[in-house]
Design a binder for this molecule. Structure first.
Ligand code: XMP
Length: 333
């Protein structure tokens, strides 16, 4: 599948049978492209890179070398789950890199959102390149590029400006210019999910909400500190747990917590308690270009508020963001 344009004749993959046919075709194509060489993949644990990993493991097994970079901005248990699923569950050749200190060191005192994104994107490439240089015999780089990414690049090549700079590993240095393997590049997201399930990935993984590349870094507003980042991670885990328990996880496209760099006065154990507010955002959208606000039952909001303020150190208020996109963007940064 060398062409970057999806042919009109290509059927929408919306059934297990069509997904199985796509997988069989891709397994053959990947084997033909790669031969007995090794392929490197940055496995974030997001839907796209996970489906690429599962597909390549099926096609070439241990010739695929996955590198999972933990930038310290992951959600709670996220890296552990990647290891469990791929290394323990699928016997993947997986290298785990905990680069938390590198990232948080560079981000200390940086408050501008686009600077934060650029630092995270560039450092991601540095860490990944460092790992790649340690490996021998790699000739290919697999990427979870999907068709909307191709359409976005075409738009940008035509001079249209992106609102926020997203990152992937496209910008590797000169000495690491590998041939690309991009088996999902003609698929839309819904098709990637169908293929993922056909490959045996868990439903919750394949249908999980999108998570930005810079992770919690753009939700811990302004300059990131470890204590506020930890509070964000814990509060976000509670929000996700309550959305699961209350049947909202399947109804809401994206939901998360944001913590601004401000404190307000509160009270705890009859004493003054200055803490951060946790802001809840829950939006529905078709294409992320615009978004509406989901109505969350008050009882659920009360429960989340009680749990976050009781269980998370440093948070004394919970707010619900009612702003659609526009005028807000989905993320706060
Ligand atoms: P916004 O905030 O622009 O977000 O309304 C639209 C969608 O994109 C995600 N997003 C990102 N994804 N890198 C990513 O990979 C980024 O830097 C980034 N910023 C926003 C956001 O979570 C939402 O789904």
């Amino acid at each position: 599948m060398q062409n970057n344009i999806r042919p009109d004749s290509m059927a929408r993959i919306n059934s297990k049978a069509l997904a199985d046919a796509f997988i069989a075709e891709q397994v053959n194509e990947i084997r033909a492209q790669v031969g007995d060489k090794k392929v490197l993949l940055a496995l974030s644990g997001g839907v796209d890179s996970s489906v690429v990993a599962a597909l390549l493991i099926k096609a070439i097994g241990k010739q695929l070398v996955c590198v999972h970079v933990n930038h310290g901005l992951m959600r709670k248990d996220e890296s552990e789950n990647v290891i469990k699923l791929f290394k323990d569950g699928m016997d993947a050749n997986l290298i785990y890199v905990d680069a938390t200190d590198r990232f948080l060191g560079l981000l200390a005192d940086v408050s501008d959102p686009e600077s934060k994104r650029k630092i995270i994107g560039a450092e991601f490439i540095n860490v990944f390149a460092d790992e790649a240089r340690k490996l021998e015999g790699i000739e290919f780089l697999a990427q979870g590029t999907i068709y909307p990414d191709i359409l976005e690049s075409i738009k940008q090549a035509e001079g249209k400006k992106a609102v926020k700079s997203h990152h992937n590993v496209g910008g590797l240095p000169e000495d690491l210019q590998f041939e690309l393997v991009e088996p999902l590049k003609l698929l839309f997201k819904d098709e990637v999910r169908v293929v993922g399930e056909a490959l045996g990935l868990p439903h919750a993984m394949v249908y999980r909400q999108p998570f930005p590349g810079p992770g919690l870094g753009v939700r811990c507003l302004g300059a990131i500190t470890r204590d506020r980042l930890n509070a964000l991670r814990e509060a976000d885990a509670i929000l996700r747990e309550e959305f699961d328990i209350n049947g909202l996880a399947e109804k809401v496209w994206q939901y998360f917590v944001v913590i601004p760099d401000i404190k307000s006065v509160g009270v705890k154990d009859e004493s003054r308690y200055e803490g951060w507010p946790a802001i809840i955002r829950a939006v529905n959208t078709v294409d992320a270009m615009s978004a509406t606000i989901e109505e969350i039952p008050y009882a659920v909001l009360h429960k989340i508020t009680a749990r976050i303020t009781n269980e998370v150190e440093g948070i004394n208020r919970v707010l619900y963001d009612l702003t659609p996109k526009p005028s807000g963007t989905i993320e706060w940064e």
